[in-house]
Design a protein around this ligand. Sequence first.
Ligand SMILES: [Zn+2]
Length: 657
Amino acid sequence: MLKNFEDYQNSIALLKKMAYHYYVLDDPIATDEEYDKLYHQIKSYEEINPNEIIPSSPTQRVGDTVLTSFQKHKHLERMWSLDDIFDPQKLQEWIKRIYKNYPGMAFTCSPKFDGVSLNLYYENGILQSAATRGDGIEGELVTQNAKTIQSIPLEIPYKEGIEIRGEIVIARDDFEKINQERIKTGENLFANPRNAAAGSLRQLDPKITAKRRLKFIPWGIGKHNIENGSFLELINKIPQYGFHPTPFITYCKNAEEIGAIYEHLVSIRHTYPIMLDGMVIIIDSIEVQKKLGYTIKSPRFACAYKFPAIEKSSKILSVTTQVGRTGVITPVAELEPVEIEGAIISRATLHNYSEIEKKDIKIKDTVIIIRSGDVIPKIIKPITALRDGTQINIIKPTHCPVCGSELLIEDIFIRCQNLSCKARVKESIFYFASKKALNIEGLGEKIVDQLFENQIISNILDLYSIRIEELLKLEGWQEKKAQNLIKSIKNTKNIPLWRLLNALGIEHIGEGASKKLASSFGLEVFKKKYNDLISIDGFGNEMAFSIIDFGIVNKDLIEKLFEIIEPQAPEIKNTQDSFFNAKTIVLTGTLSKPREKIIELLESLGAKMTSSVSKNTNIIIYGENAGSKLQKAEELGIESINEEQFQKILESEKINF
Ligand SMILES: [Zn+2]
């Protein structure tokens, strides 16, 4: 029993120390029993004296509030993703490129953990927010879940604003335990520790996250005010704030030293308790980092040197087929289950029948399978030496396994042409709702299947007339789930036109093409003729015919969908009139808007964007700290305009940006 506030404060300090030794240093100074006892004493004191609760008390880690959704959160400094390097030769080239301008640069290398990135923001020493990476500019706010993670301090001794970045991971053992639990409760298993970490971090109820034994391992700093010339020194300050040290972080003076630490990491990757998928190489000098800057996608001063894919072998038990939304039949190998990097693999696509022929794959063959990172497992080749005479050839189907229609052989593809083939319709609905398309939450493959089999939907259009009563009659549906689904379907109203076009899954028409169609023709897309369509930059015969055919076959569907969804078409700009039309433009310096947005805008106005200055450049638009490019442009007598002038021109063209 704690006597007074002072006693309470001291107990909290002691409990924090125990937790730090246990969770961060992996070096316990108390037994679990002692820890629990003290924890409960603190808890009882807080129950009696709720007004005296200290926010950073370890009892305050797990909140009671269950969220309904995650808020978006803008990172103060962008969370870049790194360019991947897969082989030693590419690495040599990368180093050579850096040495060309900065000979003798040193690097800091650290393992790349296979988890999910998290950005923590502290101010006045208190954890203010925790957000997932998202698109790098904004992520989702998961602060109350992050607080449940014991290796994330709620309070740090550094008082200025600082973003600390790291990876949320689950150790292999803990991953096994979670899946064992899930087998017992009949839940879907997590495919690998990374998925388990991501799924656990994105729980609306923090109590679930708290149970998952997530760990935070720092690897970087975003916005901060610490004066420091070396990345390694900077990163080594983080453990002083109560965080886990970054394991294996190494200062490398040259390519040989980089090679040595890489070899070491590869050699321990199978036994290390946390999954690693490569090594991050970063130039140590922060000054040079700033000088090298960023491409549109990633920093020039760092890369991710991936580990080689892991090869395993397994036996093909049988070959099944899948019918995709375009009717293409894909053969799938059903394998004897094999574990690769924490994931159990029991199926792998064989892509198409000519691939099978080319690789000479047969049923009952032992095959080599690889899987690296998020990549879907791939069958590389059969081990023909292990054939024992039981192998059977894989026969091309002649009829659709789902609807029985005769199949059409088209080049390397075999296709079911029946537009109302159940498999095709289901796949097209599923695609329409998927993350890549309209991102209708709560409408995954299983739900589509259930709604389809129960005749609640038989095409995309039916989604918009689902009634709540119908859903409630189905197994596993309650009021809330039903309302949420109907709400997320309704939310697709007024989406940008290009997203709707993309979601229709028209063959050969992806995201980029959908955007071009929307900005060129607006709502008139499906009324356009062949000549109009091929006049778009990058559009050929196949794409044009694909749109025309789709428009004819699905005329009613399209009309009704447009009526219900009312997609927003961009104003069709007459780019001929723009100052930027047909000009070759280079951006340089720190600009106040994301580069990709500026590029997108200028391209839509007919500009050609390039990254380096040459005599063909017409205009250079520069922001703060513009360096050599601007200088070169001025030497070449190229027109240079600053951001303010750029804005003025846009305003004069009545463009809101
Ligand atoms: Zn079919």
